[in-house]
Design a binder for this molecule. Structure first.
Ligand SMILES: Nc1ncnc2c1ncn2[C@@H]1O[C@H](COP(=O)(O)OP(=O)(O)OP(=O)(O)O)[C@@H](O)[C@H]1O
Ligand SMILES: N[C@@H](CCO)C(=O)O
Length: 293
């Protein structure tokens, strides 16, 4: 049996819209094994137990890319990444399916090739790059249509807290509210902030993160889709943390510079929103892995 383990990812980090993403220590595993039937899927909502399942679609894409017949397969998902909450559940599916197909046929593809295929499927690389490679990643498509990726190590002095609402927000819906263009002044603002943010995350300078993470490209529009955004931001700021919308939401990610503040943010959020999931996370430094078991 093949087992693929993929980390959750937090894309954008405020000012890095569609190009910056962080792998975090929350994982789903996906098992692939021979089956007598064309397709069996366990471990996900009934609505996803069919050939449209994103893991299976990525598995098929991987087989096709390798010019191999699609085998009969049983897929068993042990999912810990909440769906449509801004923690890269679709990237988990895509990376999991592609890596499953790769390992099924003895791993002819390296991680860079898997990243190219995964980006084609996801449409942007900010979740799939850290899901595959771990750490903080900044990536773009170059003039040859190749993905250029730069990895940054994030300071171990930072604590990440995922505050996961009890409501979904699909990426599709969250992209629909974005404006179609930006003026030069705003672009310049974003570029400066994004470059400064990557350095601040690397050095662990929370006060620089606090300034650099303030986004003008998507958060002002998407915060209106998350009814509790302002309340959670107040909690986080009171407890010394910094808050951003993880991916396209609805998860709000807090960054704290010590465990005490991180724990206070969790406790206060739980008090106001008892039905929310909260996760104290560290940075995943390895990315997705595959094993034959
Ligand atoms: N365990 C799963 N099984 C099957 N399909 C899944 C699973 N998890 C996610 N998906 C697919 O991914 C879609 C969610 O993707 P979407 O981009 O909206 O959210 P996300 O990836 O969780 O968030 P973000 O991209 O903002 O980090 C679901 O509608 C479904 O098609
Ligand atoms: N960069 C993407 C992440 C979600 O897939 C967005 O914000 O729409």
């Amino acid at each position: 049996m093949i087992r693929i383990k993929v980390p959750a990812t937090s894309a954008n980090l405020g000012v890095g819209f569609d190009c910056m993403g962080l792998a975090v220590s929350l994982y789903s595993t996906i098992d692939f094994e021979q089956s007598s039937q064309k397709l069996i899927i366990n471990g996900c909502d009934e609505q996803f137990q069919n050939e449209q399942n994103l893991i299976y679609q990525a598995f098929v894409r991987g087989c096709q890319f390798l010019n191999q017949p699609v085998p009969n397969v049983k897929i068993t998902i042990d999912n810990h990444v909440p769906v449509s909450r801004g923690l890269g559940s679709s990237a988990v599916c895509i990376v999991g399916g592609l890596m499953g197909a790769n390992l099924w046929f003895d791993s002819p593809l390296n991680k860079e090739e898997i990243l190219t295929l995964a980006t084609e499927m996801e449409g942007h690389s900010d979740n799939v790059a850290p899901a595959i490679l771990g750490n903080l990643n900044v990536s773009f498509t170059d003039s040859q249509e190749n993905i250029q990726n730069v990895a940054f190590k994030v300071s171990p002095d930072l604590f990440f807290v995922a505050l996961v609402p009890d409501y979904q927000l699909s990426t599709k819906k969250a992209r629909q509210v974005l404006p179609k263009s930006m003026d030069y002044q705003t672009v310049s603002y974003q570029v400066g902030h994004a470059v400064a943010l990557s350095k601040a995350l690397e050095s662990g300078n929370l006060e620089l993160i606090r300034q650099a993470i303030i986004d003008k490209m998507h958060e002002p529009f998407r915060s209106k889709l998350i009814p509790d955004y302002s309340a959670v931001k107040s909690i986080c700021q009171k407890d010394g943390g910094v808050l951003y919308i993880s991916g396209s939401g609805s998860t709000l990610m807090a960054i704290a510079s010590n465990l005490n503040d991180a724990q206070k943010i969790i406790d206060e959020t739980k008090k106001s929103f008892p039905n929310w999931e909260t996760h104290l996370l560290s940075v995943d430094t390895k990315g997705a892995s595959g094993d034959l078991i």
